[in-house]
Design a protein around this ligand. Structure first.
Ligand code: UDP
Ligand code: MG
Length: 314
């Protein structure tokens, strides 16, 4: 049995040695074959050198090094496209995804009852409260407006069968939102809760702004609800306008009212103008993604690797 570990790394030179030590300890104790596919996502520090050092020491270490930073989603995709294992796992390089969970994850899949074991943190300790609050709202909203199940606190850390990995590789969309993709492809998933672990070294790569963009991307990718909301706005405003016209005409006929209410008119124009721009913005979000999708640009470009059969551009 071969296990593939896909590890996206962006400026992780400090955490990589810890990650390697911890993970190999667990893998060795499990007594199965393993390939560790480290994807260097255009790091500007010594991550690549660190990976080369590890690869020299241990032939199980494979690396794919991107020509620039393509983002974690692309890094995971590259790892999946180049993995060979019967089981494949995605893990962060900062040990926030404890390798000690791997044996029980493998056991679950071996039982044949599940196709994937996913992990979920049941605490968000050590995270800024504002970030947790927004994360909760996001998951609440997402589950209301999307058909795809997205679990609160779900990590990307999961172990999957070959069948499921192939399904994910087949989803070649450019705007990737893995939490949605994992749910979309289906299969039987076991959820393994664990306590949040803080990163072992280095800094988080996710600023609040980056996370917000990621969340909006998730919504646009897995829900059409914003488009319906925009349509609903349009419909409601039209109805309001019809009633307003009737009201104004009737009042003129009965009371012969002279022109008045400049202030309220300005308010109405601004309000409607605002809503129009808002709805156009929503449409624009979908359109821009469609635009990127139609260009069919590669997800990633590998500039250096020690894998012979690597798909360098996909
Ligand atoms: N990562 C990446 N490309 C990026 C940002 C992050 O490959 O553009 C990797 C990073 O090296 C780490 C994982 O994605 O292995 C999760 O990132 P991080 O720990 O910074 O996120 P957090 O755990 O704080 O959500
Ligand atoms: Mg992390």
């Amino acid at each position: 049995m071969l296990i593939s570990l896909v590890v996206p790394c962006y400026n992780e030179e400090e955490s990589l040695p810890y990650f390697y030590d911890e993970t190999t300890k667990v893998i060795d104790s499990m007594g199965c074959d393993c390939e560790m596919i480290f994807v260097n996502d255009g790091s500007s520090d010594g991550t690549l050198d660190e990976l080369k050092k590890l690869a020299e020491k241990d032939s199980r270490v494979k690396y794919l090094s991107f020509s620039r930073n393509f983002g974690k989603e692309s890094a995971m995709y590259a790892g999946f496209c180049n993995s060979h294992g019967d089981y494949t796992a995605v893990m962060d390089a900062d040990l926030q995804d404890p390798p000690s969970l791997l044996p029980q994850m493998v056991e679950k899949l071996e039982s044949g009852e599940y196709d994937s074991v996913a992990t979920r943190r049941y605490t968000r300790e050590g995270e800024p409260p504002v970030r947790s609050w927004f994360a909760r709202r996001f998951y609440g909203l997402m589950n209301k407006i999307s058909d795809t199940d997205i679990v609160d606190g779900a990590r990307d850390f999961r172990l999957m069968t070959r069948q499921m990995v192939e399904a994910i590789v087949a989803m070649g969309e450019y705007n990737r939102f893995s939490k949605g993709i994992f749910g979309w492809v289906g299969f039987r998933t076991y959820w393994l809760p664990y306590e949040n672990v803080e990163r072992v070294a280095g800094q988080t790569k996710w600023s609040f702004w980056k996370l917000t963009k990621y969340a909006i991307g998730g919504i646009i990718n897995f829900s059409q609800a914003p488009l319906y909301i925009a349509s609903a706005f349009g419909l409601i405003m039209t109805l309001v306008a019809v009633f307003a016209i009737i009201f104004v005409v009737v009042r003129k006929l009965i009371f012969g009212d002279p022109v008045a209410g400049w202030a309220s008119l300005v308010c109405i124009i601004l309000f409607i103008g605002g809503i129009q721009l808002f709805c156009m913005g929503i449409m624009g979000q979908y359109l821009s993604r469609t635009y990127m999708e139609t260009k069919r640009r590669p997800h990633y470009i590998v500039s250096q690797t020690n894998m012979d059969d690597a798909e360098k551009i996909r």
